[in-house]
Design a protein around this ligand. Structure first.
Ligand code: SF4
Ligand code: SF4
Length: 368
């Protein structure tokens, strides 16, 4: 049995790795600096806009490319400045933040990590205690270090944007979302629960809070589902209707907290609303995920066909209800009562596994 699980896990990692290479194969072999739109008669600001980059971002990345002391004037014609063409081209590629090699590395690491998580959770009781420290590593590796792109929110939104404007390669856009969906199907909301850096950031605030658990609040599932669906419907309506909100056609843009992993793109609205997200994250489990994120909604749907899920052994269960108390959401309540209609999101966090004194709760493959 152990061998079979291991072989399936290796197959899963290879599948994701192959998928990520196929999606990026063309871009992996091309010199991306040659695709930059450049003209010495334009200002840096105009070059940035022609390449879909914010001028402030171009200036930020030019600091990496230039020696200290070289002045960067965004409004001077670049041919008349001391900024070399190669530096501009390289800075634009950096600002695109879609390095194909980093894309492949990220997905291979994600798949290998989630494959390990599942095998480990199946044989480990102290899941919750150890996981609190693992999520710090997730936040660092997949957010602070590997950066913002690709991320689940933008991958989800990009697909709808592509349907309206047909801008960008469909293979990359649809393939990225499909790979993230694969990572989610591996275990119940496993990608969200274990691999998303924004989810990890919220959990760090939740688990390492300074005040007692009695102030915590379990957000009603029906309400979180309703809000996520309404937001998604509003997003689709505004996008396809060609309207704008706060100057944006993308309703999720003003609350795209993934930008925290890409400081040059941080908007004042995200910065100023950060304390609200931080306070909510301390009081309830993953507020952004439960109330806003459209990828979380997709992952909730995929949960119904996930390979690995939480399971209760009825013969061992002593009905102490400690698992329900330990669960940060209403998920365990429904799993315990075996109510399958609209079950709340389970994040595969493992709090219930560790809380069960009778060892009745486990993480199991549902297909074998
Ligand atoms: S719901 Fe969205 S933000 Fe939360 S963990 Fe999932 S993808 Fe990340
Ligand atoms: S049922 Fe609750 S405690 Fe158990 S893994 Fe799912 S979300 Fe975590």
């Amino acid at each position: 049995m152990k061998n079979r699980e291991f072989i399936i896990a290796v197959g899963f990692v290879l599948l994701v790795a192959a998928g990520s290479v196929v999606i990026q194969v063309k871009r992996l072999v091309e010199d991306r600096t040659l695709t930059v739109v450049y003209s010495p008669d334009r200002t840096l600001s105009e070059i940035a806009e022609s390449n879909g980059v914010m001028p402030s971002e171009l200036k930020y990345y030019l600091q990496y490319e230039l020696r200290k002391g070289t002045a960067v004037n965004l409004f001077q014609k670049v041919g008349q400045s001391a900024v070399p063409e190669t530096a501009v081209r390289r800075a634009i590629v950096r600002a695109w933040d879609d390095d194909p090699l980093r894309f492949v590395i990220r997905f291979v690491l994600w798949a290998a990590f989630l494959a390990w998580v599942v095998l480990w959770m199946m044989h480990q009781r102290k899941v919750a205690t150890i996981r609190k420290w693992v999520i710090i590593g997730v936040w660092f590796l997949f957010g602070a270090w590997l950066g913002v792109s690709p991320n689940p929110l933008e991958s989800f939104v990009s697909m709808f944007q592509w349907l309206t404007d047909r801008q960008g390669g469909p293979v990359l856009i649809i393939g990225t979302l499909a790979l993230m969906a694969m990572l989610s199907v591996w275990g119940a909301k496993l990608f969200c629960g274990w691999a998303c850096p924004l989810g990890a950031l919220q959990e760090m605030l939740f688990y390492f809070r300074l005040f007692p658990a009695k102030y915590l609040f379990k957000f009603p599932f029906w309400l979180s589902l309703a809000v996520r669906i309404i937001l998604l419907a509003a997003f689709v309506t505004i996008l396809f209707g060609g309207w704008t909100v706060l100057g944006q056609t993308n309703l999720y843009q003003p609350v795209n907290y993934f930008k925290l992993f890409r400081l040059p793109q941080l908007t004042p609205l995200i910065l100023y609303s950060l304390p609200v997200l931080a306070v909510l994250s301390v009081l309830l489990y993953r507020p952004f995920c439960q109330i806003v994120c459209p990828f979380g909604l997709l992952a909730w749907l995929l949960e119904k066909v996930s390979f690995y899920r939480i399971h209760i052994n009825a013969k061992r269960c002593t009905k102490c209800l400690k698992c329900i108390k330990a669960c940060p959401t209403q998920a365990m309540h429904r799993i315990y009562e075996r109510k399958t209609l609209l079950p709340p999101d389970c994040w595969s966090c493992g709090d219930c596994i560790e809380s069960c004194p009778a060892r009745a709760v486990s993480y199991k493959m549902t297909l074998l």
